[in-house]
Design a binder for this molecule. Sequence first.
Ligand SMILES: Cc1cc2nc3c(=O)[nH]c(=O)nc-3n(C[C@H](O)[C@H](O)[C@H](O)COP(=O)(O)OP(=O)(O)OC[C@H]3O[C@@H](n4cnc5c(N)ncnc54)[C@H](O)[C@@H]3O)c2cc1C
Length: 442
Amino acid sequence: MAALDFALVSPPRMPSRSSLPTTLWAATAVDDRPWPRLEGSLRADVAIIGGGYTGCAAALAAAERGAKTVLVEAQQIGWGASGRSGGQVIPGLKYDPDEIDTMFGPELGPRVTAAVGGVADEVFGLVDKHGIACDAVRKGWLQPAISARTLALVERRAEQWSRRGADVAVLDRDTTAALIGSRIYRGSWIDRRAGHVQPLAYVRGLAAAASRAGATVLTRSPATALRPRDGRWRIDTPSGEIVADTVVIGTNAHTDVLWPGLSRTVVPMVSFQAATGPLPPDFGASVLPEGQCVSDTRRLLWYYRRDAGGRLVMGGRAPFRDDLGAADAVHLRAAVDRLYPQLASVPFETYWSGRVAMTKDSIPHLHELAPRLWAGLGYNGRGVGLATLFGRWLAELALGASPADIPYPITPMRPIRGYVFTRAVARGLIRYYRLRDRLEAR
Ligand SMILES: Cc1cc2nc3c(=O)[nH]c(=O)nc-3n(C[C@H](O)[C@H](O)[C@H](O)COP(=O)(O)OP(=O)(O)OC[C@H]3O[C@@H](n4cnc5c(N)ncnc54)[C@H](O)[C@@H]3O)c2cc1C
């Protein structure tokens, strides 16, 4: 069975180099600490694999609860999606609250909605508590509608959150145009709980806070084997080993063959971003003047915002390659030209991409893979908030919390059947969605 697992898995290529990719965030974040590599043997109550939001939030929560905590990251803190994301902190799942009630039932549904609706409080609470310098802005998130159909959808969404007491509102066409600085949308809803952070600075801040709380943070230390030993877990890296009572895996779209089958529970998709230089006031004064972040209702959504330096950061779906560059930014350029014709002469200066982990059911997953071995992954592009929350939950579970105390289902790991075909299916869907979006947004 294990051999079959490995034959079917197409594990992500883990580059041998440990430097961060060239991104706007690497150029503008506070410097990282020079974290050591694992050398020799360590003993831990909780060992954490992966140094993104999931792993770093888990390490912080575990260390704050007094556990001897060790985190190993294969590359650098924030090397994965966490250091490359759009930094938009968006409450909720892909599903609306009424749908969540139906999916999870009358007891668990409202608890799930309250928890995932609280992710921005979780993120901005950690930023405040630990003094994380990450250009945090909490002025809300806009989801503008590209069509009459999607306007009805966002109105329903806002009504459902409003009924549950969230600070949200439906905005008409003119108000939406004034906040975005573009008249291409029919209207929108604003979720005022939301905001944005400099994503790499945020994850570095979580790692630093975890270290101050007593966690040992190790980089350039890929876990190459994970196996039970004498009632505990043993993690091997090329230059050392950790023996831990409990292990948390937070490797998301970079999940490799460490735990057979886990990588086949998510489909890694590529998301691509490009940033201009700081917009000159005569071009930029009307572009998102109040500092909200945006992701629209396209099936292949456009997500964008200004950064602390006044640049426009534009993101969208891209080809399935890890080495995207300027030549691949045609769709992103077309998006900017459509939204902001006045920026026609303002070029993109930086390009970068990263991997988003999608799941078949479009919700993230929490698993107990084996006794005292926990994993959280599959944030479907909403990981800034959700992975931070899941990291805390994973730490609580690792330290003995009852699954009943976690307001989210803990499910058995279910590798996607026919996994080898998922890329081909996803490619076809992307072409189809692009066409549907184009027709709908006319
Ligand atoms: C371009 C882009 C834009 C995005 N924009 C947004 C956004 O605006 N808002 C939002 O909410 N979400 C966004 N996302 C999604 C979000 O970034 C992710 O959901 C989130 O970062 C996942 O965090 P993580 O810690 O689980 O995984 P990651 O940050 O990917 O971290 C996993 C880490 O595990 C490490 N690893 C893997 N295998 C091993 C091993 N064997 N041993 C040790 N370490 C290992 C990897 O090196 C990696 O650093 C975006 C993603 C991308 C790529």
